[in-house]
Design a binder for this molecule. Sequence first.
Ligand code: SAH
Length: 472
Amino acid sequence: MARLTAFPAFHKVSGRTVLIVGSGAAAAAKARLLGETEAQLLIVAEDPSGELLADAARVGAELRRVRFESGHLDGVALAFAATEDEAEDHRVAAAARAVRVPVNVVDRPELCDFTTPAIVNRAPLAVAIGTDGAAPVLARHVRARIEAMLAPELGRLTTLAESLRAVVANVLPIGEARRRFWAKLFDGPVAARALSGDAAAARAEAIRMMSAEPDVSGYVWLVGAGPGAVDLLTLRAQRILQEADVIVHDALVPDDVIAMGRRDARRVSVGKRKGAHEATQAEIGEILVREAKAGQRVVRLKGGDPLVFGRAGEEMAALAAAGVPHEIVPGVTAAFAAAAAARAPLTLRGLSSSLVFATGHDLDGRTLPDWAGLALGGATVAVYMGRSVAGAVAERLAEAGLASDTPVAAVENASRTDETIFTGTLRDLPALAERGDVTGPVLILIGRALAEAQALGAAPIVPETARRTSAA
Ligand code: SAH
């Protein structure tokens, strides 16, 4: 194993003075970094820049507008030379070393007693990443990845653990029982509650876990999987997928998104797959409740956003009725992916100031949908589940008085590798339902704002062949 030239350690600075010498950007960067700690910051700056003044004020640092002298090192825990002037940095480093104050000199590893890591701050939890000074940019890359892995609220869990230490020491014998308790604490319903911000419930659950009969109630997350592209999953969805024991998903969620889950998690498909049994909404509710009651942490993965035509309402009602704790994780809804694909604004100053999420599915042939009026008023309409009823949608809107040359964009498989964009007008829309080559999920956007679409590689809604036939 290669050996490290430096030993990573956490230096206590709470209530102690940390000195930063310098007036410019390097000093300001250090002020921001140290501002994440409880250290008392002393900044010695002969000629502070505006940036440094602002950062110093923001982190509550004391700023002295004088030249550095060794007296500034009195009682200092750590010193940073950030003057961006070689001779001056040397002078600071020598003075610090003379009084045995550990010193860091910005961009001069050879003069440093210690280097500063890239930090992921989930106080009181911290992750420090260093490369022995060899590749700070790499350290920042690693940091970005760790940032994505750790919930912003992870500190709450650490705080909870800290608050439980004394109780645990009293109640649980050292060894296996205690170890098991902690493992369960960080990876179970207690963690889910602490992370969701309910500290009291988390603590109550933890105390219950210590007693002879632990409560094994699970947890359910209703998670939006986004429109299909794996990297449109939210960071939160990714993290929760790593935690879940069971993943209950629709057919609309692509395999590579489902694959983001823990390898050993159980996958349950409840969606429409040709030939397979499609679970009813009531059955889905029962599955979620049953798994949670068995102590499982369940992700209910839904295409797009769970609260947009996702029937999350019924599932939340079933969970609430059974007393199963649950939360919602939003996702990128199909309308946003389709608009992005067509590079079309959904709202446009002066032209379209509202956006309607509508479905083409419940048009019963007679009544005008209530959103037709909104479209007339200039709203952009995003029609979900509209492919097979595109003709009826167009007809109802035309009846309502919407101009037949109103721009339309329809996006099939938005955000996926097989994405296809069609553009045209309301007059063309019925042709969409007649095309045999459009079989994936389609989102239809209708409205004046679509005239601004910068769609690249879009095909006409009415295929060329059909045009020729109708012209003949
Ligand atoms: N909750 C989902 C919508 C579920 S309804 C969401 O927020 O996106 C299913 C409909 O969503 C489909 O009929 C289609 O109209 C639309 N849809 C879902 N994914 C899509 C995609 N990748 N491209 C185009 N439309 C999509």
